[in-house]
Design a protein around this ligand. Structure first.
Ligand code: SAM
Length: 259
């Protein structure tokens, strides 16, 4: 009925009584209106048409199914449960991302081509997402795009490291602050798309060793960052970007050289 703040308040009350996934989903729609992350990613694939793509966390293959013909892809997941066989240009590695990067040369697995686009959507812990980013970046070009799911938490319960709710984005949000503080050279945005936001990291430096060298300190710093660090400043802390295709396309156009 157009009374969004009242609806959000009712959702929060319902969530206060029990773990009610429908209330969380509705709250996500109210806080992050517009297309969901899969629609946004589909638009990006259609616009960018990346030559190569890497997905960490493929699950049933919903986001992997967005690939366009002509994209050579690698999917990594210790328990892939694809509902349809992957396309002829996609290879699935049934390993954790840490195992994959320890055992394989990603560029070689992509036929000698560097990563043009990646989607990090594995375990919902910031330290895993951080290592995934750290391991992907050396295989990218400076204008490659790295997306990270679950950067916009709805509340403290669903943003915790331990999963106690069916709707859970974990503490991936901690990655945004860490990268902003330690890699100010990167361009970092969180697209306000439901259910839990989509990080977009560009202006990469494949030669950077900053994260690798600071890794133990980064893990400690991330763990010490409380959810209250977002209080009253979530949009600013996460560099929230509107869920608007015209604006996102302009951002992508600026990020991609030769366009
Ligand atoms: C949220 S699902 C991915 C959803 C998928 N990207 C989509 O949008 O349709 C997360 C997946 O990450 C996988 N996963 C968990 N730990 C992982 C790890 N260490 N490395 C890679 N994938 C992992 C899980 O097996 C699960 O299938």
């Amino acid at each position: 009925m157009g009374r969004r703040s009242r609806a959000a308040e009712l959702c929060r009350r319902a969530i206060g009584w029990c773990d009610y996934i429908r209330a969380y989903r509705l709250l996500a729609e109210l806080e992050l209106p517009g297309e969901d992350y899969l629609h946004v990613l589909a638009r990006v694939h259609a616009y960018v048409r990346p030559a190569t793509y890497v997905e960490i966390g493929v699950a049933r293959g919903k986001s992997l199914a967005l690939l366009r013909a002509g994209t050579r892809a690698v999917g990594i997941d210790p328990e892939p449960r694809l509902e349809r066989p992957p396309g002829p240009s996609t290879r699935i590695f049934a390993e954790t991302s840490d195992e994959f990067f320890a055992r394989h040369d990603l560029t070689a697995e992509l036929g000698g081509e560097r990563v043009r686009m990646a989607f990090i959507d594995g375990l919902h812990h910031f330290d895993f997402a951080l290592r995934d980013f750290m391991n992907l970046e050396p295989h990218c070009e400076p204008d490659s795009l790295i997306f990270v799911h679950d950067c916009h938490p709805l509340d403290e319960r669903t943003a915790a490291r331990e999963q106690t709710t069916a709707f859970w984005s974990g503490d991936v949000w901690r990655l945004v602050g860490l990268l902003k503080r330690h890699r100010p050279d990167l361009s970092i945005h969180t697209i306000a798309t439901r259910p839990t936001g989509l990080g977009l990291i560009t202006r990469l430096d494949p030669a950077s060793r900053v994260l690798r060298e600071r890794l133990p300190g980064l893990l400690a710093e991330g763990l010490a960052t409380g959810f209250d660090s977002l209080a009253g400043r979530k949009a600013q802390a996460l560099n929230l970007f509107p869920n608007d295709w015209t604006e996102l396309r302009a951002l992508l156009g600026r990020s991609l050289t030769d366009r």
